[in-house]
Design a protein around this ligand. Structure first.
Ligand code: UDP
Length: 261
């Protein structure tokens, strides 16, 4: 049985990924410090004998703290972009900077020591305030290095850079995935994101808060599709050294999303 380490495995996307890997008969090691992840996301998984939880912060971890893994996914980072969310990366600016830089370095060292394949989970936020739409992987973005979002954008860009450096300098088998808007079960209800807000409001018979006239568009990827993408990006042998955007190309107006919900 092959072993997969998932850093950030107790978060929204990480916990779905752990579940899928268990279903696919991998032994799974979840590393999380619960800064934004939640115990309840993995409570079912803890009953599975092939699932192990290491409650640690990857910022302070050393490779000797980690069991050898065949594959390492790094999803460890606060991720909510919504300034109003108590779990936003803006609420944890220093932790966000360090987890994507120092934390990623620590995991890359573990990958090098164990000859593990390494996948860094990045974000569409690396494009900053894009001047090109839709964004292709070869677009470099438009990022303000000292704006309020910089703690996330710039640290994710650093995370990508150090992942590529390990690929180039040591020949480590690395991949980078940039995640776009994703929704589904286990999303935090207090995330402040549009899908979770509208659903929570609808359940509570409250009016839906459409900001502006609702003509702004977004595209939303359902979590199981995102997990399919992450699994292919990791296990497809031809993707060594590649960068892949994953999201749903089907763009909808926010007013239409409100109607649907
Ligand atoms: N939005 C909205 N009502 C809400 C939350 C968000 O109309 O209660 C809008 C928001 O103005 C934006 C879009 O939905 O145009 C997506 O916002 P979200 O914060 O979910 O994601 P992001 O802007 O990071 O894509």
């Amino acid at each position: 049985m092959q072993t997969v380490l998932v850093a950030g495995g107790a978060g929204f996307i990480g916990s779905h990924l752990c579940q899928r890997l268990l279903n696919d008969r991998y032994s799974v090691i979840c590393v999380d410090n619960f800064i934004t992840g939640e115990k309840r996301n993995i409570s079912e998984l803890l009953k599975n004998g092939n699932f192990e939880l290491i409650e640690k912060d990857i910022i302070n971890i050393s490779k000797s703290d980690l069991p050898k893994a065949d594959f390492i996914f790094n999803l460890a980072s606060p991720a909510s972009t919504n300034a109003k969310s108590p779990r936003s990366y803006m609420a944890f600016p220093i932790e966000t900077l360090l987890v994507n830089s120092q934390g990623t370095h620590n995991l890359l060292e573990a990958a090098r020591a164990g000859s593990s394949r390494f996948l860094y989970v990045s974000t569409s936020e690396v494009y900053g305030d894009p001047t090109v739409s839709p964004q292709r992987e070869d677009y470099f973005g438009n990022v303000n290095p000292n704006g309020v979002r910089a703690v996330y954008d710039e640290s994710k860009r650093f995370g990508e850079a150090i992942t590529c450096a390990y690929n180039r300098k040591y020949g480590l088998d690395t991949r980078i995935v940039r995640i776009f808007n994703t929704y589904g079960p286990k999303m935090r209800a207090d995330d402040g994101r549009v899908v979770s807000n509208f659903i929570t409001q609808a359940i509570n018979n409250k009016p839906l808060t459409i900001y502006g006239d609702g003509s702004q568009t977004r595209s939303f990827c359902f979590i199981t599709d995102m997990i399919d993408g992450l699994i292919s990006a990791m296990f497809n042998d031809s993707l060594k050294g590649e960068v892949v955007n994953i999201g749903n190309p089907d763009e909808r107006k926010i007013a239409e999303i409100a109607e649907l919900i």
